[in-house]
Design a protein around this ligand. Structure first.
Ligand code: FPP
Ligand code: MG
Length: 466
């Protein structure tokens, strides 16, 4: 079953008003991004005046979310359906070289390690994160600039220039004599040259950042497939199925190591801090998901805290990489703080919308279309947005949540209840709200194809079926 709902429908507005945690804080001006008397849109004002503010528990949940997945910008502009630009085409030449460059970063003298590490680069992934970094880089190329103290204008070769001496980086056991040749096991392959088209609006450091985001994301998938016991990924056998859990985990670790080296060579401490935080955030989010609920009760009751916990987990696991890498792209581009903040807000809101839609598709799309098993979340014991919204009106879900849908017939029962409820509509409504906020946040950018592409990404995220 696929639920369709117009962004302007009464049901959607009602859902948004009822479920998006908001607080009566001052609006933020999209031009200066500071709290001011900037008037809210009528839609936003409606959110802020609902009776939900009467509950102090709600208010606590609200303020917590505001610090994490904050809905900072007013939703003054709805996602438009009439943009025809294809975001992929705008940076297609850059993306063409992405896989090749990533595979180069994953070279190792150990042939099996290199094979496992490069395994997920063989299948064509969606490359959403690098695509967003490249679009953000291009979209902010002509935005307001403010040189930063730690910025270095990197040439294509300097992003590959080691900081430490190669004799240290590619050393053997330090106790061995220096006459020994450096170990091939630790060196990155340099068989091929770094390849890129000559798009002057995208800096070499931003292009490398795009590659780093894909490395971090792919490393997390290698680990995730082990945790989830996934047998397939992108319609092919998963790395853990093909090589076993141990090699899949180690390949993920190796990828993170290579991503960290590449990150260091950008020579930008703020960007390094952001992306290192992302790695920690991914693990924190995955840990929150392992636990799944804030309490260990056997028959938990629905509360606002349930949604707060879920959104916090979702930010960490899914939106953090997109938001912080969009921010990093703007930093590398020497943008002003307000442009940097707008890039971050865009990534945060789009990332949340992306994951909400993902959670919805798990209920609505077949496994063959998804390229991975459908309905996997319930099988894994996970209560995601559609179920959490359904649970509010169907308290009997609590007992199933408490035992992680592990008893005979639990998964089927939970699925039926979700499909009978308005949980999917509410999930879609919330995703739409975040997508609209993502679009609003980049209104400060100068007009251009990449800005259109970023807006279109929000439309595509809402329409996607895989
Ligand atoms: C996919 O989730 C997984 C993630 C978005 C992140 C997983 C993070 C970790 C395993 C922590 C370790 C992180 C690193 C960087 C090594 P999903 O299971 O909901 O999606 P799927 O259906 O595509 O598997
Ligand atoms: Mg998984």
């Amino acid at each position: 079953m696929r639920v369709r709902i117009s962004p302007n429908s009464a049901l959607l507005q009602q859902s948004i008003a009822g479920h998006i945690p908001t607080a009566p804080t001052p609006a933020i001006c999209p031009w200066c991004l500071t709290r001011s008397q900037y008037p809210r849109s009528r839609q936003s004002r409606r959110h802020f005046s609902s009776s939900q503010q009467s509950s102090s528990a709600w208010a606590a949940a609200v303020s917590k979310i505001q610090n994490t997945v904050a809905d900072i910008l007013p939703s003054s502009r709805p996602a438009t359906g009439n943009i025809t630009i294809d975001p992929l085409k705008i940076v297609a030449k850059e993306l063409k070289f992405l896989n090749k460059n990533i595979r180069q970063l994953l070279g190792s003298g150990h042939p099996v390690l290199a094979t496992v590490a490069k395994y997920y680069t063989q299948s064509e992934g969606k490359h959403v994160r690098p695509l967003l970094v490249l679009l953000m880089s291009r979209a902010t190329a002509f935005a307001a600039k403010q040189p930063r103290y730690d910025a270095q204008n990197l040439s294509p070769s300097s992003i590959d220039t080691p900081i430490s001496s190669p004799t240290i980086l590619y050393d053997n056991n330090p106790d061995q004599t220096s006459s020994e040749p450096p170990s091939p096991l630790t060196s990155a392959s340099n068989e091929t040259q770094y390849a890129f088209p000559n798009d002057p609006s995208i800096l070499p450091s931003q292009r490398r950042l795009a590659e780093i985001t894909e490395l971090i994301h792919t490393a997390s998938l290698l680990h995730d497939d082990v945790i989830d016991h996934s047998s397939t990924r992108r319609s092919s056998p998963s790395a853990n199925t093909t090589f076993g859990n141990k090699m899949a985990v180690l390949a993920g670790d190796f990828m993170l190591g290579r991503a960290s080296v590449a990150l260091a060579r950008l020579r930008d401490p703020e960007v390094i801090e952001l992306l290192a935080t992302v790695i920690a955030n991914l693990v924190e989010g995955e840990f929150m998901q392992l636990k799944n609920t804030a309490s260990d009760e056997t028959s938990p009751k629905w509360s606002e805290q349930t949604i707060t916990y879920y959104l916090q987990k979702t930010y960490l696991k899914s939106a953090s990489l997109i938001s912080k890498s969009c921010r990093a792209a703007a930093l590398l581009g020497q943008c002003t703080p307000s442009v940097v903040e707008a890039a971050y807000q865009y990534g945060k809101n789009l990332g949340l919308a992306f994951q909400l839609v993902d959670d919805m598709l798990d209920y609505t799309i077949s496994g063959s279309e998804l390229g991975k098993p459908a309905g996997a979340d319930l099988e894994l014991g996970l209560a995601t947005a559609p179920l959490l919204f359904a649970w509010r009106d169907r308290p009997e879900l609590g007992i199933l949540v408490g035992r992680k849908f592990a008893a005979e017939g639990d998964v089927q029962r939970a699925r039926e209840i979700v499909l009978q409820s308005d949980g999917l509509e509410q999930t879609r409504a919330l995703a739409q709200e975040y997508a609209d906020k993502a679009i609003s946040s980049i209104s400060v950018f100068p007009p251009g194809d990449a800005k259109d592409g970023l807006e279109e990404m929000c439309v595509k995220v809402m329409k996607r079926r895989k």
